[in-house]
Design a protein around this ligand. Sequence first.
Ligand code: ZN
Length: 106
Amino acid sequence: MPSLPRSPRRPWQPAPAKREYVQHAARDSRYDTARWQAARKAQIARCPCCEECERQGRVTAATVTDHIIPVRLGGDFWDARNHQSLCRACHQAKSASERTQIAPRG
Ligand SMILES: [Zn+2]
């Protein structure tokens, strides 16, 4: 099964010391499970168009199942109510903006 590429780490940057700063996708083994593949397909089947593009008046085929509230920030991984269909561009834009958010402590 193909896996998502890990983001390249620049050699002069220290490795992340704590798990809370680790990015999602590549590190969460739940993405590799058959259960997630099924949930992902179910979401795209339920909602085949990108929901973010739809909000902006565009119609784009969704290819990614996204967590509305990032799992890293306390969103439920498996709850379908926390899933939305996105196209690749919208998912990348959303992930990029989430990268600047810090996970809540405790
Ligand atoms: Zn989109």
